[in-house]
Design a protein around this ligand. Structure first.
Ligand code: CP
Length: 326
């Protein structure tokens, strides 16, 4: 495969701006990495001599580690910077911090920030690729890429040469949609791949206004779960709330938490997803999180492959000399 196939973007700031062809390019590259990188060959030389800087100004376990592993598997050097260890705490602006990272000869910048639009803002001011690792409640594009890759893998018949898309699939996203960047990115990605998306949860966290995204909004859990091919649970993002959106966590769990009884409404072979971090006993029962139908840890593993593809494609589009082709 030619790695620039259907890819000209220097930056990855949102799923809203990606075409179906660009999503396919990332997924096909991730699938190729999965097939070829194993016990014998763990690394590719593609970004040797390049430096990826991870600027994470909000906490992260999965995304930050997966970006570090992805960069290392492409033979890049990686430097990770957190809010407390940066000069942002001394009053430096985000723009100046990023310009200094570029002046230090970084080749790619991965940014997580609490403000919606932070990644796009930097992408317009830097020459190097900027990759959005989550900006406030706006978007988390690489999360949606790994989620939809995981869905496609699970729905592709054994022995098929190409990944299936999501045509005809009903996917329910259940939980705190209002504050979720994961939900927004997944709505775009899932629909572009042909899925019918239903958003479910309390009225305060799943307002009808989301219908403008072309999705179904349901406050009836039974209806939302019935015949779904997959359900994605989202945690309550209390760190983004400045008011009470439901009476108590206990009440949320009793009305919207996914337990065995509610999971039995799904199709028998439906898959259960969560971007993490999971709050066991709140939005998801432990027996479901650890059960046979859960693909939560597959999502995490696939995150490295999709982020390898994103790093390689954006670096190539920016003219960063990537070695070899896949
Ligand atoms: N899913 C996700 O973004 O997890 P982290 O916050 O741990 O990166």
């Amino acid at each position: 495969m030619n790695k620039s196939e259907a890819w000209t973007l220097k930056d990855l700031v949102s799923l809203e701006k990606l075409s179906r062809e660009e999503i396919d390019t990332i997924h096909h590259m991730a699938a190729h990495f999965k097939q070829t990188l194993g016990r014998r060959q763990k690394k590719l030389p593609s970004l040797r001599g390049k430096t990826v800087v991870n600027l994470f100004l909000e906490p992260s376990t999965r995304t930050r580690t997966a970006f570090e592993m992805a960069a290392k598997r492409l033979s890049a050097d990686v430097i990770s910077i957190s809010q407390s260890a940066s000069s942002l705490v001394k009053g430096e602006s985000l723009r100046d911090t990023a310009l200094n990272i570029q002046a230090l000869n970084a080749d790619l910048l991965v940014i997580r920030h609490s403000a919606a639009g932070a990644a796009e803002y930097l992408s317009e001011r830097l020459e190097i690729p900027v990759i959005n690792a989550g900006d406030g409640a706006h978007e988390h594009p690489t999360q949606a890429l790994l989620d939809t890759f995981t869905l496609r893998e699970k729905f592709t018949p054994e022995g098929a040469e190409q990944l299936s898309d999501l045509s005809g699939r009903k996917i329910t996203i259940l939980g705190d949609i209002l504050f979720s960047r994961v939900a927004r990115s997944n709505i775009y990605a899932m629909q572009k791949l042909g899925a019918k998306v239903t958003l479910a949860g309390p009225k305060t966290l799943v307002p009808k206004s989301f219908e403008a995204f072309g999705v179904e909004v349901s406050h009836n859990l039974q209806e939302a779960l019935a015949d779904a091919d997959a359900v994605m649970l989202l945690r309550i993002q209390r760190e983004r709330m400045n008011a009470a959106y439901f009476p108590s966590i206990g009440e949320y769990t009793s009305m919207f938490g996914l337990n065995q009884e509610r999971a039995s409404l799904l199709k028998p072979d439906a898959i259960i997803m969560h971007p993490g971090p999971i709050n066991r006993g709140v939005e998801i029962d432990s027996t479901i999180a650890d059960g046979q139908r859960s693909v939560i840890l597959d999502q995490v593993t696939n995150g490295v492959l999709c982020r390898m593809a994103v790093l390689l494609l954006t670096a190539s589009a920016a003219g960063t000399k990537a070695k070899g082709s896949i």
